[in-house]
Design a binder for this molecule. Sequence first.
Ligand code: 13P
Length: 340
Amino acid sequence: MKTEELISTAAALMAGDKGLLAMDESIGTCNKRFEEAGIPQTIEYRRAYRELIVTTPNLGNCLSGAILFDETIYQSTKKGVLFIDILKKAGIIPGIKVDEGTVNMANFPGEKITEGIDGLRQRLEKYYDLGARFAKWRAVITISGETPTKGSIEANMHLLARYAALCQENGIVPIVEPEVLMDGDHSLKKCKKVTEKTLKILFKELEKQKVDLRGVILKPNMILPGLKSAKQAGIDKVAKATVTTLLKCVPPTVPGIAFLSGGQSPELATAHLNAMHVKYKGKLPWALTFSFARAIQQPAMDIWRGEDKNVKAAQKLLFERASLDNAARRGEYTPDMEKK
Ligand code: 13P
């Protein structure tokens, strides 16, 4: 196993106050976001949008890594420079989403299982040759009256562990993403309980599959009430619930944790990360950063609207959002920094 390479890639991904940008929306998800923003849903618009992101000036000051989608990893700027080369030149490590999305899980109504394990070894070899040095696999856990079930959590965490083992075999750092969804009206307490159970099973599975935790990044949800919950939680409460759960479940050998945003507004996602650093400075055994998609991209996508004349303004918003997340990682973010 390429242990040294894995450890040094993971360290580089977690360096300083930087974080990751998830720009790995599948064709379906990207088109859905485009439709909501009034942008035509074509391969050329998806390419142009990703060009806007990777050519954002000084993005490498904020990001250590960017997660690409299969379609994007082969794409280039209008001038013909591969996105992956632009990222590398900016000092941003290219990563790749390797799961193939979720489908209904047989025998488990209302629950999902992630596809993509067949042929994964060959795909990882190809992505490594293209320059990807880390990968992502997302499992989703749904909270409702009857879910999640133990059977569904175990099957999903087993797949995450198998994926992680294959990544490490190929010198690729696996980001393991067990996302407890925010959909629903459940309480923060319920999210905490489900996340704790999920993470405990995940680390048991990683151990069983002999995954080297020194070369793994965890991408969890923050502990939040459901989006439809009547009782929303304050920023400090979310920070405390999230960090105490992670301290309980994530071994100190893991070099880093990078949160998904999961449907939170950009401002709240940043404020939550900041509060964790303010409250727990010096008490965390792993690096704690961001791996947001919507919470970094949404303002930029909304202003771009598919028009060339808006590219500069969109890039400015993207850079500002990522910089605010850097400030949050230093515990230096304040809401008045949002004011232009
Ligand atoms: P969000 O930050 O939009 O939740 O996306 C993160 C991600 O990569 C989901 O897989």
